[in-house]
Design a protein around this ligand. Structure first.
Ligand code: NDP
Length: 279
């Protein structure tokens, strides 16, 4: 299979991040080790994991196994809910770093805000400390609302560079995505296909795929990229991984983008940031 070179986006802290990555939930260690090694061979450079996925060791082994130098890999992991709070978050980070077997992480995210526990600002202070120590090169959040991000900024003066949120054609998150762009925050889109792979079966998406002689999955991922979001499709199958990364050689028209935008039905699949609990 051929190797694709993924373009990058510049984060507000000046660092470069690939414009598409590999999701690894719900892979176990063994699956992640094989999949991530394969993905790196195909040209993937951004790998998304989390403490709560239980596969950081497998991801780390794949990075160690791969001939791709560590500094060319953009490794993303996330703080689990049970480690919110300042000291707890420092400990949670060390657990992740040990499991991954790396000296630093490229992007460290607070996985969920868990507003009821009132500890996400303390956790954010720990992430700032980790960035200052050079252990987390960039820091961001996941599943945060604009109001929660405003609170982080008001209390610490530090803005996340990324907010990783659910986004797909039936849940376009247009207002949040525009707010991110206005505030220099990159939207990383998880569950990019939507409801399993439901977004790939939307008739409008299928019609656009036929017009471009591309697969519906490629059309959905291209829509993310052209919207300015960074999708992290998950696949453990090398053929689909190759299909998913091959979205930088064609372009959707403004009219096609609008037809996909119009599929939004507010169909959230994952947790609601205001109430979701995670440990
Ligand atoms: P995705 O939208 O990436 O869908 C994954 C599913 O699509 C899998 O069943 C996969 O099967 C299938 N698939 C992949 N490529 C294709 C293709 N080309 N054609 C047809 N089917 C395909 O959903 P996820 O929910 O997994 O989200 C992606 C990643 O986002 C996660 O893996 C995780 O890293 C992250 N995430 C983060 C969350 C957060 O709270 N921050 C929450 C949820 C996810 P197969 O493997 O067999 O190819």
């Amino acid at each position: 299979m051929t190797m694709t070179s993924v373009p990058t986006v510049r984060l507000s802290d000046g660092r470069l991040m690939p414009r598409l990555g590999l999701g690894t939930y719900p892979m176990d260690d063994a699956t992640a080790r094989t999949a991530v090694r394969g993905a790196l061979g195909l040209g993937y450079r951004l790998i998304d994991t989390a403490a709560s996925y239980g596969n950081e060791a497998g991801v780390g082994q794949a990075v160690a196994d791969s001939p791709v130098p560590r500094e060319e890999v953009f490794l993303v992991t996330k703080l689990r809910g049970a480690r919110h709070g300042f000291e707890e978050a420092l400990r949670g980070f060390e657990e992740s770093r040990a499991a991954l077997g790396v000296g630093y992480v490229d992007l460290y995210l607070i996985h969920w805000p868990l507003p009821c526990r009132r500890k996400y600002v303390d956790a954010w202070r720990a992430l700032i400390e980790l960035r200052e120590r050079g252990l987390a090169r960039s820091i961001g959040v996941s599943n945060f609302t604009p109001a929660m991000i405003e609170r982080l900024v008001a209390e610490t003066g530090v803005r996340p560079v990324v907010n990783q949120i659910e986004m797909h054609p039936s849940f376009t998150q247009e207002a949040t995505h525009i707010w991110h762009a206005d505030h220099g925050i990159v939207t990383m889109s998880y569950s990019p296909f939507g409801r399993g792979t439901g977004g790939t079966r939307i008739p409008e998406v299928v019609r656009i795929a036929e017009a471009h002689d591309r697969t519906p999955a490629q059309i959905v991922l291209r829509w993310h990229v052209q919207s300015g979001a960074v999708p992290i499709p998950k696949s453990s199958c090398e053929e689909r991984m190759a299909e998913n990364i091959d979205v930088f050689g064609f372009e959707l028209s403004g009219e096609e983008m609008a037809r996909i935008d119009a599929q939004d039905s507010g169909d959230r699949q994952q947790g609601d940031p205001d109430v979701h609990e995670e440990f």
